[in-house]
Ligand binder design. Structure first.
Ligand code: FE2
Ligand code: FE2
Length: 492
């Protein structure tokens, strides 16, 4: 007998392949009837605890529960999801259990296969969500199932499957290797199995066509699932590929394919790939698979992921910094313009403090001036809790400390981790009580060599020092104010 026919007969008849569970058969039959009600299906589902929780979870997921309403009953969940999607969830669980039962073959790297299938399912679900495919769970199951032909044939014909593995190890692609040995590839073998299990047509198509890119132009909607699974399959290969140069080239091809088949932009495609690893991990938890089993496989893409994240973080930080500078310059510009119109010292001080607060984004900006004899008083400020401090908080000049020192010596001071300076006499306890911040900096405001007051900017709970760049921006603002203050001090 021709080997292809032999495999087909085996797939169709052998008892080595587990049958689909009763609940699937029942639900499949029920949903084929037009007059079936959600309650009748719910009653069936409620008999299976795992099934019940999956259905409720899907109905309460962000995709379906688009409004702030909790779906608490299976009947409501079925109404919301629709019969099709309910069937998909059930078939997904059933297929999952069957794949588990098939795993005992030694020759086959089941873990790798399983992780690839799961990643393809998760990627298909993400793509389906993005392109607003009508049945999200259907896409997941299609992805989960797409390579089932490989698993089956490795079980049914272990010796011959070794031949296939040998060819693949020597550089042949899997479809050619399978065709050489079996005169059939895993797509058609998967199709036979899906047919035996009476799976929906859409899943049969996903199994039988997922490697046929750019086939004759087909009915778009009918084959959308094939495009989704085909791209999801590439994505799953991509994140587990350990060869970086290979990966870059494949990433480009895969992204081009996503654009042409599903019109997914480059940015969206990258976002989906980036989130894929995390979502696979969640799915592993969902099925109570042991993560340690997949650890070595998962790290392959995590390494790369971290690298991408780091680069991205760096760009984000640079961008953030740049935006801060732009903001500073724009506020400084407005500040300079506004200074031309001010007429009193108080107006300059207030304008200065407000500009520093808005332009350089500190948690608090305080102004200490010698308003009472022997004391520096908080006379103005912006930010958290400042109103409580203004007018009734003062530092005794006698007791010294950083702020007093800054006032008399006109010295810009950056205090890192204020509390740790507590006993070094650099910072007075009184200052700590007033500021209650971990790090701060003081800048003297001067005019004609006379100190008018001290500006204190505070990093609040952060024990990092005020960054040099931000501190020098404060100094720039103060210098600008000094020019006007010189004129006003002279005339007062
Ligand atoms: Fe495949
Ligand atoms: Fe695959």
């Amino acid at each position: 007998m021709d080997i292809k026919l032999k495999i087909k007969t085996m797939v169709e008849t052998t008892r080595d392949i587990p049958a689909m569970p009763q609940i699937w058969i029942k639900i499949r039959e029920m949903t084929q009837h037009l007059n079936i009600s959600a309650t009748m299906i719910a009653n069936e589902i409620l008999k299976d605890q795992g099934m019940t929780s999956r259905i409720l979870k899907a109905a309460n997921s962000a995709t379906y529960a688009g409004y702030n309403q909790k779906i608490a009953t299976v009947t409501n969940a079925i109404v919301l999801l629709g019969f099709n999607e309910v069937r998909n969830i059930i078939v997904g669980l059933a297929v999952f259990n069957m794949l588990e039962k098939l795993k005992s073959n030694k020759r086959f790297n089941f873990k790798e296969f399983w992780l690839h299938s799961l990643a393809t399912g998760v990627a298909a679900r993400m793509l389906a969500e993005h392109v607003q495919y009508k049945n999200i769970e259907e896409a997941f199951v299609a992805g989960l199932l797409h390579d089932v032909g490989k698993l089956v044939v490795s079980q049914l014909m272990p010796k011959e499957y070794d031949e296939v593995m040998l060819r693949i190890e020597n550089g042949m692609d899997d479809l050619s290797a399978e065709n050489e040995v079996f005169h059939a590839d895993h797509q058609v073998i998967g199709q036979w199995l899906a047919e035996r299990w009476h799976l929906p047509d859409v899943l049969i198509r996903a199994c039988s066509l997922h490697h046929r890119d750019g086939m004759e132009k087909r009915q778009k909607s009918r084959f959308r699932i094939v495009d989704i699974v085909s791209i999801a399959n590439d994505m799953a290969h991509l994140i587990f590929s350990s060869d970086k140069s290979d990966r870059n080239q494949n990433a480009h091809q895969c992204q081009t394919k996503a654009l042409s088949l599903l019109t997914i932009s480059k940015d969206n495609w990258s976002r989906i790939v980036r989130n894929l690893a995390e979502n696979v991990r969640k799915e592993i938890d969902e099925y109570n698979l042991s993560e340690s089993d997949f650890e070595s496989l998962l790290t392959t893409f995590e390494d790369d992921d971290q690298e991408t994240h780091q680069t991205e973080k760096l760009y984000q930080e640079m961008n953030h910094e740049l935006n801060e500078r732009v903001q500073e310059l724009s506020v400084l510009n407005d500040f300079s313009a506004a200074l031309l119109a001010v007429e009193t010292l108080e107006q300059v001080q207030n304008l200065l403090l407000e500009s520093i607060y808005k332009g350089i984004a500190f948690n608090r900006v305080l102004f200490f001036t010698p308003e009472k004899k022997g004391f520096l008083v908080v006379s103005a400020g912006f930010g958290a809790d400042v109103s409580k401090l203004i007018g009734n908080t003062s530092l005794e000049i006698e007791k010294k400390g950083v702020i007093v020192n800054c006032f008399f010596e006109q010295k810009v001071t950056n205090v890192l981790n204020a509390a740790s300076h507590l006993f070094s006499e650099v910072i007075a306890q009184q200052e700590l009580n007033i500021l209650r911040c971990a790090s701060f900096a003081c800048v003297p405001l001067t005019a004609n060599e006379k100190t008018l007051g001290v500006i204190v900017v505070d990093n609040h709970i952060s024990s990092d020092p005020v960054p040099d760049q931000r501190l020098s921006a404060v100094v720039t603002f103060c210098n600008q104010a000094s020019l006007v203050l010189k004129r006003l001090v002279k005339s007062s």
